[in-house]
Design a protein around this ligand. Structure first.
Ligand SMILES: Cc1cc2nc3c(=O)[nH]c(=O)nc-3n(C[C@H](O)[C@H](O)[C@H](O)COP(=O)(O)O)c2cc1C
Length: 161
């Protein structure tokens, strides 16, 4: 089964989990970067405001073709209890995703809030089927047991949904 793992990570936690997932399923990793820049002083507030408003931002790559895959996994940090504007833009940027199964995960600092519900809404708005959602605390990204649990939620077999 071919899996595409699309993630955004500012400080490495989400990237770390994405790499564990790729090692478990041989999936292709796509690292989303935000092209907008902010001053160090204000960026925390700006990021929170944009995330809370479920905004999108400009990203690299700007378009992602997933038509050759059987499943997509999206990964994001939690910002202001929601997924980030960059992963929102990435979900919007996927091409060839209609009817495809998708799962999502977030890394967080203890309060994931509405992240799972918002992820599901964005995924289903693009015509994908959201078949799994998982959260992992930033302190657990190296925890083997938690990582295995996450993998079992996120990587679906090829049976029809
Ligand atoms: C702007 C900002 C907002 C955040 N908001 C939350 C939050 O609402 N709840 C939470 O549990 N963690 C929050 N965090 C912590 C991150 O979700 C957590 O550190 C995550 O693992 C970072 O992922 P990354 O290393 O892939 O960027 C926030 C971090 C930042 C930078």
């Amino acid at each position: 089964m071919k899996i595409c793992i699309i993630y955004h990570s500012e400080t490495g936690n989400t990237r770390h989990v994405a790499q564990h997932l790729a090692a478990a399923c041989g999936g292709k990793l796509i690292d989303i970067t935000e092209t907008a820049t902010y001053t160090r002083l204000t960026r925390f507030l700006v990021w929170c405001k944009k995330a809370r408003g479920e905004e999108k931002t400009t990203i690299e790559p700007a378009s992602i073709d997933v038509s050759g895959y059987d499943q997509v996994i999206f990964g994001s940090p939690v910002w202001a209890f929601k997924p980030t504007p960059a992963i929102h833009a990435a979900i919007d940027a996927v091409k060839g995703c209609e009817g495809m199964r998708a799962t999502a995960f977030c890394t967080h600092g203890g309060r994931p809030g509405q992240t799972a519900e918002v992820f599901q809404k964005w995924i289903e708005t693009r015509g994908m089927k959201c078949v799994g959602n998982a959260t992992i605390h930033q302190d657990d990204v190296e925890n083997e047991k938690k990582t295995k649990e996450l993998i079992s939620i996120l990587i679906k077999d090829s049976n029809p949904v």
